[in-house]
Design a protein around this ligand. Structure first.
Ligand code: TYM
Length: 332
């Protein structure tokens, strides 16, 4: 079976619709056809200022949400990045074959460091994409299910894999991005030309999966649209409506053209109201399942410990090969 690996940061109290449609839905589907490794990337979460009191709980809530969305620990390996020390160790080696300028060209770094102020941007934020490359390459992943915003990081990952293989001998599988076009980028409800983002969107622009359905319905009702009346998929001139159509189609497993046809001759209010209901029908049982997993933290921790053990078997073998190829003296 081909392998997939992906990760998500525990940087908010809830995942949002962009995370779900852009990536997590694919994670759930791929565990059926692939050998799947999924991690909650807490090492990445400390690259910007964070509250230590919140991080551990957010990591648990992240894992509970992944289970609530349908990840099955019998079918995939679910783990917390910091439980697997191989990630930080491979990251160091990869940093030593990454150009300073190459890392400096990462647009997410440029955006985030601009947002946090150049003086407060850390070296960890700078090397973030290299750690991400380590996450992927340790598992010899063939494919990496992510949203469009991760494409450049995957390109870096491929370059590092090829460079290492070329200099030190074939070691890493060179991974491909897995980015289904229809939902590759979900937009902010308040600014439908920007991606929905935990760090950049205003709260009213984000549909949080764990929000009460009423809150989400209200946000969707207030979504920015345009001054026309026609419900038509045209991302260039009608980005708000296009985004709502995209979300509706994805949540109901239909083509956008089918949703367009459903709303022919109808108003924006109908589209928004229905989408609020579609999201509620998904969110209510989801929140219930997440509460269930969180009610038994000891069991949740056992699932994650089991995942870390399996992850270490695979990543340990890759790291050992890497150390040998670069000439580290094996420990006696
Ligand atoms: P993160 O935690 O920001 O987001 C998790 C996943 O959600 C996707 N995503 C979106 N997709 C579509 N539309 C949106 N508006 C949207 N917002 C977020 C992201 O593309 C991502 O797939 N660097 C990664 C985490 C990471 C990782 C990895 C991913 C660390 N190591 C290894 C893959 C493989 C990140 O910050 O994702």
């Amino acid at each position: 079976r081909p392998r997939v690996l992906s990760g998500i940061q525990p940087t908010a109290d809830s995942f949002h619709l962009g995370n779900y449609l852009g990536a997590l839905r694919q994670w759930v589907a791929l565990q059926e056809s692939h050998e799947a490794f999924y991690c909650v990337v807490d090492l990445h979460a400390i690259t910007v200022e964070h509250d230590p009191k919140e991080l551990a709980q957010r990591t648990r809530v992240a894992a509970a949400q992944l289970l609530g969305l349908g990840l099955d620990p019998q079918r995939c390996t679910l783990f917390v990045q910091s439980h697997v020390p191989e990630h930080a160790r491979l990251s160091w080696v990869l940093e030593c074959i990454t150009g300073f300028g190459e890392a400096g060209r990462m647009t997410q770094f440029k955006d985030k460091s601009a947002r946090h102020g150049a003086d407060r941007a850390t070296v960890g934020l700078f090397t973030y994409p290299v750690l991400q490359a380590a996450d992927i390459l340790l598992y010899q992943a063939d494919q990496v299910p992510v949203g469009e915003d991760q494409r450049q990081h995957l390109e870096l990952t491929r370059n590092l894999a090829q460079r290492f293989n070329h200099r030190f001998g074939a070691t890493f599988q060179v991974p491909e991005p897995y980015i289904p076009q229809a939902t590759a980028k979900i937009f902010d409800l308040q600014d439908p030309t920007a991606k929905m983002s935990k760090s950049a969107s205003s709260p009213s622009g984000i549909v949080e999966l764990l929000d009460p359905p009423k809150t989400s319905a209200k946000k969707i009702r207030s979504a920015v649209t345009d001054n026309e009346r026609e419900i038509r998929y045209d991302p260039e001139t009608k980005p708000g409506i296009a985004n709502l159509l995209t979300i509706n189609a994805a949540m109901t497993d239909r083509k956008v053209s089918e949703v367009e046809a459903e709303y022919e001759g109808r108003g924006y209010g109908d589209l928004k109201k229905d989408l609020g209901e579609i999201v509620a029908a998904f969110a209510e049982p989801f929140a219930e399942r997440v509460r269930g997993y969180l009610a038994d933290p000891a069991e949740l921790d056992r699932v994650l410990a089991h995942g870390a053990t399996r992850a270490r078997e695979v990543s340990g073998a890759t790291l050992a090969a890497v150390h040998e190829r670069i000439g580290f003296l094996p420990p006696a």
